[in-house]
Design a protein around this ligand. Structure first.
Ligand code: SF4
Length: 315
């Protein structure tokens, strides 16, 4: 079984930590509650961080020429500069971080879905909240999701795979021995194949050249390319490609009927008739049954703790 590291994840504080909402409320979120057991969460409320009280007037994003500003709906006061200053000092204090889980729709924390208002309070677009935007600029290769988007299985699997793999990378690169990097690369082969077959090859070459390279430079280059690979989002074709590779590893141990069934499932997934969750559960089942240690230890098969896999689906 794969050992799972503890990712460090920045989380909007109103998601189950403290009643910091403008109306004094707190939001219960199942993902955050389960994640508390397996990750080190770093709660932050940017609006409280810039000195606003609880409760307070609601804020909104408004378009002002090319700029988007964070303003008080009642007084019209612009808090954009204060938020900028707070975000930069927050970033400076942040030691290690593997991802961000932010509150949807908020003008400060939203992830692509905060309303932007124009003249006469007409909605002229949607964007990241102002704090989230600054985090994205500072950490362009790290995963950022909202609690609402994580209700969808494929988005949730992607996010969890990324934060646990990035935490594993962080721990591996902080170790003294290059042997650990070789093991890391081995167990992440299919995760890398999923996100970027091109970078899988590049990273394989880096690991193979380890004896000829300066150690710190090699680790830096490997870490950067790994994050770059995981900053992408795979489509169905990428998943189907990985499943076909896994299948080719085990087909000799399967009976004819089972082979046909698996190929039909992969094709069904490609054609949107089979769910990703179903296909993954099926592959895990027969990989464990066949006792294939190499595949059972792959992060693609076991990317994060099982309890996170068994969460409620969005209807
Ligand atoms: S959404 Fe963000 S700014 Fe608003 S209360 Fe939650 S943590 Fe604070």
């Amino acid at each position: 079984m794969v050992r799972h590291p503890r990712p460090k994840v920045v989380v909007s504080e109103c998601l189950g930590f403290r009643p910091t909402r403008y109306d004094g409320n707190i939001i219960y979120d199942e993902t955050v509650e389960v994640l508390k057991k397996f990750a080190d969460l770093i709660p932050v409320c940017p609006e409280v961080g810039i000195g606003l009280g609880i409760p307070r007037n609601p804020l909104v994003l408004t378009r002002n020429g090319d700029d988007v500003c964070l303003v008080d709906t009642k007084t019209g006061e612009d808090f954009s500069r204060r938020m900028n200053g707070f975000a930069h000092s927050f970033i400076a204090d942040l030691k290690d971080v593997d991802g961000f889980l932010m509150k949807s729709k908020s003008p400060s924390c939203g992830v692509g879905d905060a309303k932007v208002y124009g003249k006469g309070w007409a909605v002229v677009g949607r964007s990241d909240g102002i704090f989230t935007k600054l985090m994205r600029e500072a950490f362009p290769l790290l995963p950022i999701e909202s609690e609402k988007r994580l209700l969808k299985y494929e988005i949730r699997r992607n996010f969890f795979t990324k934060i646990f793999s990035i935490a594993d990378l962080r721990e591996t690169l902080s170790g003294a021995r290059l042997r650990e990097l070789v093991e890391f690369h081995r167990r992440n082969k299919y995760v890398l194949m999923l996100y970027s077959p091109h970078l899988l090859k590049k990273l394989g070459r880096l690991v193979a050249e380890r004896d000829q390279r300066e150690q710190q430079e090699l680790k830096r280059e490997y870490g950067r390319a790994f994050l770059e690979a995981l900053s992408r989002n795979p489509g169905r074709g990428s998943y189907a490609n990985v499943f076909m590779h896994l299948y080719s590893h085990v087909k000799e141990n399967l009976v004819e009927k089972e082979r046909k069934y698996i190929l039909a499932l992969i094709e069904g997934y490609r054609m949107r008739r089979v769910l990703l969750k179903t296909l993954i559960a099926y592959f895990r089942g027969f990989i464990y049954r066949l006792g294939n240690e190499y595949l059972a230890e792959q992060r693609f098969i076991d990317p994060y703790p099982e309890e996170l896999e068994q969460m409620r689906e969005d209807e």
